[in-house]
Design a protein around this ligand. Structure first.
Ligand code: NAI
Ligand code: MG
Length: 498
């Protein structure tokens, strides 16, 4: 396994169990966002490579993979989880070099969750079962739960390895084969994972990993007539394109898209806990989180106290070299994302919000001056109708909106095209559960935020997508049900028989 600080690494595509160049011979470079230096040069997949990968996945699905027992599939997944665990330190360092997230996060959060997801779904492989249905008459009816087939999976750059795990683990546990396209910003983790998939001994073609750009490789995969299912995590804009192209072949689709989560602080909450939760909600992973608590609703009576504490703490976040274990915030993933955030700061000012913390790039030294850093930023005096409260910024930028009335608050909290998650801070359990019921979102956190477990489902309401990843629900995305009828009477069907 390569080290993050070495000269640029080279990666090829992983197709049919082999590492190969792209058909065009083209490559692209992925920078280290902390310095802008080239981290790796990666083979660039396009339509021809996607065709090859889909072909390999089809052969594997109809061949060796379908002949393997569920137990053997589970054992391969478990072996992979162990290999990932053994290589965690190197993988975490590469993840941080490719994405910019603090090493503390990649090593102690991302990698353990990657391992957990493969481990969890390894256990499911032998537990995917059909049912018997009590139909009337001399008939026996049962169901088979079968894999869907060849799955295209397109993932984003904010949690590169973890998103690969969320997608691969349930698909493979259920007996599907996969063509996975990592994001062009962060292909390294998935290519390192490919090495471990090979080492674990998965039959060739079961997993194919094809880095490339969205408009080329991604679009070719999503519209490919040879895939049976497409799973996507990323922007709502691209999610709509994926759904449209999948419609042509009626490919099954699951989408995990954007968010603009309300994180709601009541005056009766433990304010210290709520401040820490608000920080976790918006500044974790540089704010590049689909379920980020980016609309912070604070009850008017505690607004000044809360905002004072929040700004104070935001100003003390250690921004800098993500390889340093004490760093709490690294760079944004790309210059494009950095510019997008800067654009939203201008929009907020034009709309009449006030910047009470951050709002600019931090002063860093040496090589990090060229990194894509942005300071933790708080907008106050925001109205829910403003663009900064309605559009996903995907950076360390929170919009604070004050409220007085609970009914009005619920209306505002739900007044968004998104519905991925929500947070509530209060000591009143009646109110907490009332909110959990009334907020239209797929995940609710009460007096906590950003909690995840491989066993607990995650996914969106409204334009945050459809389908649930993780937990037993993820198996619904990767299996289909067959109903089998058996005559027990031994007599001809009466209808036309006589
Ligand atoms: P994106 O949605 O364009 O990229 C996500 C993935 O989709 C990447 O692998 C990309 O190559 C692929 N892709 C892009 N265009 C495609 C197409 N036409 N067909 C098939 N695949 C395609 O997201 P992007 O441009 O990197 O970020 C823009 C915004 O999207 C962010 O600012 C954020 O608001 C949102 N986003 C949300 C994420 C989430 O977890 N929900 C993750 C990443 C971005
Ligand atoms: Mg894009």
């Amino acid at each position: 396994m390569s080290s993050a600080s070495a000269a640029p690494q080279k990666y090829q595509l992983f197709i049919d169990g082999q590492f190969v160049d792209s058909e065009s011979g083209k490559t692209f470079k992925t920078p280290n966002p902390a310095t802008g230096d080239t981290l790796a040069e990666v083979a660039e997949a396009d339509k021809a490579d996607i065709d090859k990968a889909v072909g390999a996945a089809r052969r594997a699905f109809e061949g060796k993979w379908s002949k393997l027992s569920a137990r053997d599939r589970g054992r391969l997944l478990y072996k992979l989880s162990q290999l990932i665990e053994q290589h965690s330190a190197d993988l975490a360092a590469l993840e941080t070099a490719d994405n910019g997230k603090p090493i503390k996060e990649s090593l102690y959060v991302d990698l353990p969750q990657v391992v957990e997801n493969f481990e969890y779904f390894a256990g499911w492989a032998t537990k995917i079962e059909g049912e018997t249905i009590p139909v009337p008459g001399k008939m026996f009816n049962y169901t088979l739960r079968e894999p869907i087939g060849v799955c295209g999976q397109i993932i984003p750059w904010n949690f590169p390895l973890l998103m690969a795990a969320w997608k691969l683990a349930p698909a493979l546990a259920a007996g599907n084969t996969v063509v996975l396209k990592p994001a062009e910003q962060t292909p390294v983790g998935a290519m390192e994972l490919a090495k471990l998939i090979q080492e674990a001994g998965f039959p060739e073609g079961v997993v194919n990993i094809v880095p490339g750009y969205g408009e080329t490789a991604g679009a070719a995969l999503a519209s490919h007539p040879g895939i049976d299912k497409i799973a996507f995590t990323g922007s709502t804009e691209v999610g709509k394109l994926i759904a449209k192209s999948a419609a042509d072949n009626l490919t099954k689709v699951s989408l995990e898209l954007g968010g603009k989560a309300p994180n709601i602080v009541f005056a009766d909450s433990d304010i210290e806990q709520a401040v820490a939760g608000a920080m976790m909600g918006i500044f974790y992973n540089q704010g590049q989180v689909c379920c980020a608590g980016s609309r912070l609703f604070v009850e008017e009576s505690v607004k000044d106290e809360f905002l004072g504490k929040l700004s104070d703490k935001a100003g003390k976040i250690a921004v800098g070299d993500p390889m340093n274990k004490s760093t709490q915030m690294g760079p944004q993933v790309s210059e494009e994302q950095l510019n997008r955030i800067k654009g939203y700061v201008d929009i907020a000012r034009e709309e009449g919000a006030t910047v009470v913390a951050g709002g600019a790039t931090p002063q860093l030294e040496g090589a990090f001056q060229k990194g894509y850093f942005f300071s933790p930023t708080i907008f106050a005096e925001v109205k829910n109708s403003m663009r900064v409260a309605q559009e996903e910024i995907f950076g360390p930028v929170v919009s604070v909106i004050s409220f007085k009335d609970e009914d009005d608050l619920i209306k505002q909290a739900n007044d968004t095209i998104y519905g991925l998650s929500a947070g509530i801070w209060t000591k009143d359990i009646t109110r907490a559960h009332r909110f959990a019921k009334e907020i239209k979102a797929g995940v609710i956190w009460i007096n906590t935020y950003n909690m995840f477990n491989a066993a607990s489902p995650f996914g969106g309401y409204k334009q945050s997508g459809y389908g649930r990843e993780m937990g037993r629900h993820a198996l619904d995305l990767y299996t289909q049900v067959k109903s089998v009828w058996v005559d027990l009477s031994g007599r001809p069907i009466g209808w036309f028989g006589k």
